[in-house]
Design a protein. Structure first.
Ligand code: FAD
Length: 636
């Protein structure tokens, strides 16, 4: 195995989105030799697509905002299934992470008096999203990259080598985490996209920051690389995933033309005044305010419209309900035959703001619709509908250190689970990446200081054999065809509204697909995907064949957990169990792999700390908690 490149690091970070970059910066600041690995080009992670902003209770736009209010909103948004400790850390630390970003050079939009401006978003009581127009994620990534370059320049000054303690490996895909004889992480194995060559990263600590799973679904806002790799890598290494049934369908994806179906229309459109209308021209969201939110949302158009100028004396427009509520409402309108011509509903900002205001506040949206759908959003409404957007479920981690159950493994960002409960509030992801990216970097650096590992040859041999399997078959399945079927199955049977019989069908269909995934072939002789005799350099068919294993595992977790959870909550709606159940609220569903088969267990959540519980009114707690969980003095 001399032809396989072997590299040694203290900390290896898989993923170069916001979570990965923040983790890597922290590990390097702790003096650790750190590698950042990204499947796509450096700078092209999902995080750059984030439009609306990063939620942090800085109180710039409304001085009443503070971490307690943000904590409450996050728990409400997640329907109290969140890891309350993560929600607490997130709400407390998000402002510092935003100010830190500013100190590193981020150019946020400003309020009139020069503070970082904050905008409204669904489920947030006060304007809370620090933003840069509708290109906030791009600025976050640009700033972190700038910080990385600054650190590399420091290293050059000290060691004469820019890469001495922080090196980026772009277009490099990890296919296996490696473990030593003691069951600890000892590195990661992958291939370099450009050459197809294999590479081994030897390291005691690995941080997973690989983002989401959207590419398992047909209609999604996610791009090609979001195939659940980190989720699957963690499971294969012996870690567990929690609450994979909770998949967020963003209410407003583009529905037309088909080539761009699913692409996101930012929630800022609604935050800035946009309203949802059905084919009768009715603002239908007033019909869909659930009981738990009745006292917080306006019940008339007049009050809703007044709220934009006078939020202290009016309730919020129902268009700004949490995403799960809005997505279900749109789904119901379309099902009832009141949808738009292409199967969505209308999102109208044109009649609400002046063209120049729209272009100033929402430049990317204006451009996106003009270029891709020939729609001028300053003059006519957009057609929008739900799109698979974000996965709340993910690697089970310790909230304080981001450590997974396997020694040496850490996870942060979308790949980790718990923080957002059953439904993530918009803007809470970018702040999550910064808060827990930093904590994962710290956790990994600390662990690496005390641990030395070496990679057993057998681990590398097994990883090579697995990666080469699609090349070894003379005949087999076309990975693109199998992928399409997987996406269709997930969309049709495990989508926004679920039912027992359909989920059972899905599990059966996934079982059959699993066998087909195990039989994909990409060698020229298989005739499946290549038309010329080529090796593994830049071979997308081979890459997809390897990604399919991950999408398969993750899809099984989603389907099995969705079947098990007999209630509707957040990003999991069961037609046959339409109500939230206080008994189910206490339960996390935990997935692990045994002999390659997904196993599911119920795990009781730890009760919320008293001081956090006391931030809520008893009447509100009664909507979510069982009698036994209510604060002691309040039970009678
Ligand atoms: P990502 O940014 O997704 O990065 C994952 C990284 O992992 C990439 O570098 C990828 O190449 C790498 N990777 C994956 N697999 C492998 C592998 N096998 N080997 C090596 N590398 C790998 N959230 C908000 O808070 N506010 C918003 O306004 C907002 N808007 C959004 C708009 C859109 C269109 C989308 C899609 C999402 C939006 N979100 C928003 C959600 C948010 O952007 C994501 O949840 C977040 O960026 C995820 O960040 P991450 O660091 O976890 O992963």
């Amino acid at each position: 195995m001399t032809d396989i490149e072997r590299l040694r690091y203290d900390v290896v970070v898989i993923g170069a989105g916001g979570a990965g970059l923040r983790a890597a910066i922290e590990a390097r600041l702790q003096g650790k030799k750190t590698a950042i690995i990204s499947k796509s080009l450096f700078g092209k992670a999902h995080t750059v697509m984030a439009e609306g902003g990063a939620a942090a209770a800085m109180g710039n736009a409304n001085p009443n905002d503070n971490w307690q209010v943000h904590f409450r909103d996050t728990m409400r948004g997640g329907k109290f299934l969140n890891s309350w400790r993560m929600a607490e850390l997130h709400a407390k630390e998000a402002p510092d992470r935003i100010w830190e970003l500013e100190a590193w050079g981020a150019l946020f939009d400003r309020t009139k008096d020069g503070k970082i401006s904050q905008r409204n978003f669904g489920g947030h009581e006060y304007p809370r999203l620090a933003h840069v127009g509708d290109r906030t994620g791009l600025e976050l990534i640009r700033t972190c990259q700038q910080k990385i370059v600054a650190l590399q320049q420091e290293d050059h000054a000290e060691f004469g080598d820019y890469d001495a303690r922080l090196k980026v490996f772009a277009e490099t895909t990890i296919t296996r985490l490696l473990k030593d004889e003691q069951g600890r992480i000892c590195g990661a194995f992958g291939y370099i996209r450009e050459t197809g060559k294999f590479v081994v990263f030897e390291a005691p600590a690995v941080v997973l920051a690989t983002g989401g799973i959207g590419k398992s679904f047909k209609v999604t806002s996610n791009s090609w690389e979001y195939t659940g790799d980190g989720h699957a890598l963690a499971l294969l290494a012996g870690a567990s995933l929690i609450n994979m049934e909770f998949v967020q369908f963003h209410p407003t994806g583009m529905v037309w033309p088909p080539s761009v179906k699913g692409i996101l229309v930012t929630e800022s459109v609604r935050g800035d005044g946009g309203v949802l209308k059905n084919s009768d021209g009715k603002r239908f969201m007033f019909d869909y305010i659930p009981d738990v939110f009745k006292d917080k949302y306006a019940t008339s158009e007049e009050e809703a419209d007044r709220w934009y100028d006078d939020p202290d004396n009016n309730r919020r427009p129902p268009e700004l309900l949490p995403r799960d509520e809005v997505a279900r409402a749109i789904n119901s309108e379309v099902k009832a035959g009141r949808g738009s011509p292409h199967g969505g509903v209308f999102l109208d900002i044109a009649s609400r703001l002046k063209p120049e205001q729209i272009i100033k506040r929402l430049p990317s949206m204006h451009h996106q619709f003009k270029e891709l759908a020939d729609v001028d959003i300053t003059a006519e409404p957009m057609e929008v509908g739900p799109t698979c957007h974000y996965v709340m479920g993910g690697v089970e981690v310790d909230p304080d250190t981001a450590a997974a159950s396997v020694p040496g493994l850490f996870a942060a960002g979308e790949v980790s689970g718990g923080m957002h409960g059953s439904n993530r509030l918009g803007g809470n992801s970018l702040s999550d990446l910064l808060v827990f990216g930093r904590r994962a970097g710290l956790g990994a650096a600390e662990y690496a200081s005390a641990t030395t590992v070496s990679v057993p040859d057998a681990e590398v041999e097994a990883a090579v054999a697995e990666a080469m399997e699609p090349y070894q078959r003379d005949t087999g399945e076309n990975p693109y065809a199998v992928h399409q079927e997987l996406q269709q199955t997930m969309n049709d049977l495990v989508g926004i509204i679920r039912r027992e019989d359909e989920l059972e069908q899905a599990i059966e269909a996934l079982g059959k697909l699993r066998d087909r995934v195990g039989n994909v072939a990409v060698a020229p002789s298989a005739g499946a995907t290549v038309t010329e005799d080529r090796g593994p350099a830049y071979h997308p068919g081979w890459h997809l064949a390897l990604d399919l294993r991950n999408m398969m595992i993750v899809s099984e977790c989603v389907a099995r957990a969705a079947l098990e959870r007999q209630e509707s909550r957040g990003g999991h709606t069961r037609d046959d169990y339409p109500k939230m159940s206080a008994d189910w609220r206490k339960i996390n569903l935990v997935c692990s792999l045994r002999d390659g088969v997904v196993e599911l267990k119920r795990q009781e959540m730890s009760p919320m700390r008293e001081d956090l519980l006391s931030l809520f009114e008893l009447d509100e707690l009664k909507k979510y908690l069982t009698e036994g969980e209510l604060p002691a003095e309040e039970k009678n």
